[in-house]
Design a protein. Structure first.
Lengths: 135, 531
């Protein structure tokens, strides 16, 4: 089954990293990219086809990750899309805030690239076997 | 003689006889009467004597039982009579030895005594004489004497009598009272607190400090009520307290309120009011202690502001450290990924040296990552309020750490005895032990490494020790190692922050940290944590 991902990250290399993991492992999933929360909301508003999963960075210019998450969760159509946080922060406060707002998962980006590959693979495989709710 | 003559003579004789008889009868009656009268008089006399006797013994009783001393002297000053009180006061017994009053006069009061005696002689009495007298055992008493002259029928003085009151104790009490009064007024007058005595709101007494505070002279203050020197809108609160005090619900209260000076400016003062009650519980006075706290309030305000500033600065710093470390971490990840992609995609283009350089970039990135993490954790060990508190079994904690800290096979980490269960923030306490045990393991140069954890119960604190047989630390570095970025070891994974974090955590738990070390032999770190 092919899934649609929305990846929101201001860092180009981060977006490349994510895409490369999908490509190297021959995952059939599609990625839509956004550079920040605002851009992501625009994409969500326009698109007929909504993403199955959202991967969200926290530290971003303009609208940051948590602000985007709040916005999303208050939208009756979009609130059911699972959002997985991808962040360098393992700060207790950030974690709490993310889960409180309704994040479905929280991945701390590891330094080593091989660790990163491992985490993303696990993540995608887990969500591939999940039943997702569509509005 | 003729018969007639004889008859006449006879009759005359007869008459005379009758007359004499009558006279005798009268005499007899009179004598009887006199006798009876005499008897009567005798009886009366006896009665009178009895009465006088009674009176005299009553008087003797009064005289003996007189609380005050009574002394009777002759004109030369010889004592003729003394009552019990006098004997007791002077210590003399005139039935056993003679006594002249001159002997009793206190040396320095002699002149005064003579003057008073003169007055006694000329005016017949004196009163209110106050002086000192000697007693038999060389004691000195203060006495008060009233005396009067005794004269015979011809008006000639034959002696004098005096009532002597011992006023020594009374004088002493008065002196003590005066002294205490003096002391009290010294305290009141020199107190930096304003003090006012009030009676149902009216000011009846003030001290210097209050006059200075309010800038009123005493006379003007005594014309005022507390209400007059208070702010209208604040007085209600005082009044409320006063009512409670009057009702006997409270005996004192303390409020911060403003007072109005003579020039109508105001100042803040802490006011303590206490009730002085009559035996029936009603209020006699209120004593108000008034302390100008304008400066205190000012400095409190400043302190508050400083604290606020400090808190904000602290928060800023924390946020800053937080943001900076994450902003720094992201590029590290990117570089790491890029190096990896180069290795993956172009590995054939590199020779061994080139590949080695790529590996060195990765190593450097890892070191940088450690550094950033340490700065982050240092900056988050900040204030006490954020510390969580839970029971921590240090035995479990150390066991867990043995898995987290990479311990080489030739090193043994052990506890000398069972460690206590302490209260603390588990993250911080773990960090503390982890950093110290980690250091002991990292700086191990011996074939058989031994790291031993021990503790002592020091009542208010626990004192822990972590002893190793590693490389040791030179004396000159013992202080330096606890400062930021002051790593003295040459371990490449050391950021120089580990012990700074340790020190910060120990400080948070009101403890201390120090060490004993011999280079080449080993180091023992000691630290205390407040229970």
């Amino acid at each position: 089954m092919s899934l649609n991902f929305l990846l929101i990250d201001d860092d180009e290399i981060e977006r490349l990293k994510f895409a490369r993991v999908l490509q190297k492992n021959n995952y059939p999933h599609k990625i839509i990219e956004a550079k920040n929360g605002e851009e992501a909301l625009d994409i969500l508003a326009q698109k007929e086809q909504q993403p199955d999963l959202i991967f969200l960075d926290l530290n971003m210019p303009k609208m940051n990750g948590l602000e985007f998450l709040k916005e999303l969760k208050s939208n009756t159509d979009l609130r059911y899309i699972p959002v997985i946080i991808l962040s360098t922060s393992n700060n207790h406060q950030d974690l709490k805030e993310a889960y409180k707002t309704g994040a479905a998962g929280y991945i701390v980006k590891p330094l080593k690239y091989e660790d990163y590959i491992h985490k993303i693979k696990c993540l995608i495989e887990y969500w591939s076997v999940n039943e997702l709710f569509k509005v | 003689m003729s018969n007639v003559d004889i008859e006449i003579f006879k009759r005359a004789l007869q008459r005379e006889k009758i007359a004499r008889k009558q006279a005798e009868k009268i005499l007899e009656d009179k004598s009887k009467e006199l006798y009876l009268l005499t008897q009567e008089l005798k009886k009366t006399n006896q009665k009178l004597e009895d009465l006088v006797g009674k009176k005299e013994s009553t008087l003797q009783g009064v005289f003996d039982n007189l609380v005050d001393a009574y002394v009777l002297i002759d004109v030369s000053g010889n004592v003729l009579e003394m009552n019990h009180a006098a004997k007791k006061l002077f210590g003399y017994d005139i039935t056993k030895e003679k006594l002249n009053v001159i002997k009793l006069v206190y040396k320095e009061d002699y002149q005064y005594a003579i003057q008073s005696f003169q007055q006694l002689v000329t005016k017949g009495s004196f009163s209110g004489y106050k002086s000192r007298v000697y007693t038999k055992n060389n004691g000195v008493r203060n006495v008060h004497i009233n005396a009067s002259l005794i004269k015979n029928k011809k008006g000639k003085p034959i002696g004098a009598q005096g009532i002597i009151t011992d006023i020594t104790e009374k004088l002493e009490q008065t002196r003590i009272f005066e002294e205490q009064k003096q002391q009290l007024s010294t305290i009141v007058d020199n107190s930096s607190l304003g003090i006012a005595l009030t009676q149902s709101g009216k000011i009846v007494q003030t001290n210097k400090a209050l006059q200075n505070l309010l800038e009123y002279p005493q006379e003007e203050l005594l014309q005022k009520e507390i209400k007059d020197i208070s702010l209208k809108n604040e007085y209600a609160v005082s009044e409320n307290h006063m009512e409670k005090m009057n009702a006997g619900l409270i005996d004192n209260f303390s409020i911060n309120k403003q007072y109005v000076k003579k020039n109508n400016s105001t100042f803040w003062a802490k006011t303590n009011v206490a009730a002085v009650r009559n035996p029936d519980g009603s209020i006699k006075y209120q004593v108000a202690l008034i302390e100008d706290i304008t400066e205190q309030l000012e400095s409190e305000k400043q302190k508050e502001k400083l604290l606020e500033d400090l808190e904000r600065t602290n928060q800023d710093l924390k946020d800053y450290a937080h943001i900076v470390s994450h902003d720094l971490k992201s590029p590290l990840r990117s570089i790491y990924a890029l190096v990896n992609w180069i290795k993956e995609d172009y590995s054939s283009a590199f020779d061994k040296i080139g590949l080695n350089h790529l590996a060195m970039i990765e190593k450097t990135l890892e070191k940088m990552e450690t550094l950033i993490n340490d700065i982050l954790s240092y900056s988050s060990v900040n204030n006490k309020e954020e510390l969580q508190s839970s029971k921590i079994d240090l035995n479990t904690l150390v066991d867990d750490l043995k898995n987290i800290v990479l311990i080489p096979e030739n090193t043994i980490v052990s506890t000398k005895k069972k460690l206590p269960v302490i209260n603390g923030d588990s993250t911080r306490i773990q960090q503390l032990f982890q950093n110290l045990i980690g250091n002991a393991v990292i700086y191990m140069d011996k074939e058989n490494g031994v790291v031993e954890i021990d503790y002592e119960d020091k009542k208010t604190h626990y004192q822990f020790s972590i002893k190793d047989n590693g490389i040791g630390i030179k004396k000159e570095y013992h202080e330096k190692i606890f400062k930021m970025f002051e790593s003295v070891g040459d371990n490449e994974n050391s950021s120089g922050i580990g012990l700074a974090i340790v020190k910060k955590i120990v400080t948070l738990y009101e403890g201390d940290i120090w060490l004993d070390s011999t280079p080449g032999i080993g180091t023992t770190f000691y630290f205390t944590l407040k229970k």
